[in-house]
Design a protein around this ligand. Structure first.
Ligand code: ZN
Length: 382
């Protein structure tokens, strides 16, 4: 298995250290929540997979998120998970950030599909040697990444200075002035820390996520009455939903533009979890595959395989993929309140339905298989 010498391509700028004197306990909490340094114990967790398949010879894993876990450790983990592997196609797909794993690079891109007005995702995979030519694609992803990261800043802004709509909602729901003040106080302090640390441009940018606000509030709100803190957190959730509703999908690149750019580079494109945006299957996007299974959309595998088989017999048939969609940070620091409750069960390279007898029958009938997907997809990436 070729995993030697893998490394991320993110540009890295160390964040300035915030003075503990000025920021006190806020600084301690902020540094802990945005830390991407692994303790020895965390590093050990990173390289020890939760599942091991001692006999599998081939590893296919083209939808997973290293997040801030160093890719070298992830490579070690995959090696331990599949000690007998002779052949592997393992490509990371960070959200809107192109990352490299040996000879392969990949990304899970947010895009907009104007025909049916939905934000969608696309998995894009390419050979690392192609990256120097991929400046347009890299730029498209950087813009998308920044736009997504701005959401947290927008939420903080709207907690501190609610606009008329948000003010109205807050009033309607009868938040006490104590809870409003507490939400504003903690949001303001977090704003300050993010700004001073220049988090968005540091190597901790990956931690600039909506989740940072409730985590920071939980860490720093302990000295206030629990009911007040609870209400303050509810208020922030309300603001978040308002801000999310206002997210303008048209600010994303269109799916068509992204696919064209990727295809021009000889990259491959796969539609992840299509049940999250069904209309995409009726579009004529030039894609190489569909995920017929993903832990977030586990119930349509046979339906999707049969739908694939009904596709026109075109020159480049659409291949069946399964995405384990593993998020590495949840292995290291599990989020108890995560919406993705099954995150912990996920493991890079493990997609159990490939071996489900019912699925196997349909795979056979439709001429699809994990091996075929691996072999054919690899030859398409030029
Ligand atoms: Zn994903």
């Amino acid at each position: 298995m070729k995993t030697a010498g893998v490394k991320a391509v993110k540009t890295v700028k160390p964040p300035p250290l915030l003075s503990k004197e000025v920021f006190g306990e806020d600084w301690v909490a902020f540094n802990r929540l945005t830390s991407i340094e692994l303790t020895a114990k965390e590093a050990s967790v990173a390289v020890h997979p939760s599942l091991v398949d001692p006999t599998e010879k081939r590893v296919l894993a083209v939808h997973w998120h290293p997040e801030w876990i160093p890719i070298e450790l992830v490579a070690e983990r995959v090696k331990r998970a599949f000690p007998a592997a002779l052949d592997s196609l393992v490509i990371p797909t960070q959200h809107n950030q192109i990352l490299t794993y040996g000879e392969w690079s990949g990304v899970e891109a947010d895009a907009y599909a104007p025909d049916y007005g939905l934000k969608i995702q696309l998995l894009i995979h390419l050979r690392t040697q192609t990256l120097p030519k991929a400046t347009t694609l890299v730029g498209m992803m950087e813009r998308t990444f920044r736009y997504r990261a701005l959401q947290l800043l927008d939420i903080l802004d709207n907690v501190v200075n609610p606009d008329a709509t948000v003010k109205n909602e807050i009033k309607k729901l009868g938040f006490s002035s104590d809870s409003i003040n507490l939400a504003q106080l903690l949001a303001r302090r977090l704003q300050n820390l993010i700004e001073k640390a220049d988090l968005g441009h540091s190597n901790r940018a990956e931690t600039l996520k909506n989740r940072l606000l409730p985590d920071f509030m939980a860490a720093r709100g302990q000295e206030y009455p629990p009911e007040t803190l609870d209400r303050a957190m509810a208020l922030c959730r309300l603001v978040k939903s308002q801000v999310k509703r206002r997210l303008t999908p048209s600010r994303f690149h269109t799916a068509k533009d992204l696919v064209e750019e990727a295809k021009g580079l000889g990259a491959g494109v796969v539609i992840p979890h299509p049940p999250q945006f069904w209309p995409i299957l009726l579009s004529d996007l030039n894609v190489d595959g569909w995920e017929v299974w993903n832990p977030s959309t586990p119930n349509h595998t046979i339906f999707l395989l049969e739908a694939l088989a009904r596709q026109k017999k075109n020159k480049r048939p659409i291949l069946a993929f399964m995405g384990d969609d593993t998020h590495m940070s949840s292995k290291i620091r599990p989020d108890q309140k995560s919406e993705e409750k099954n995150n912990l069960d996920r493991e890079i390279g493990f997609q159990s339905p490939w071996r489900d007898p019912k699925v196997l029958t349909v795979l056979k009938k439709t001429g699809q298989s994990r091996e075929r997907t691996m072999d054919e997809y690899r030859t398409r990436l030029t």
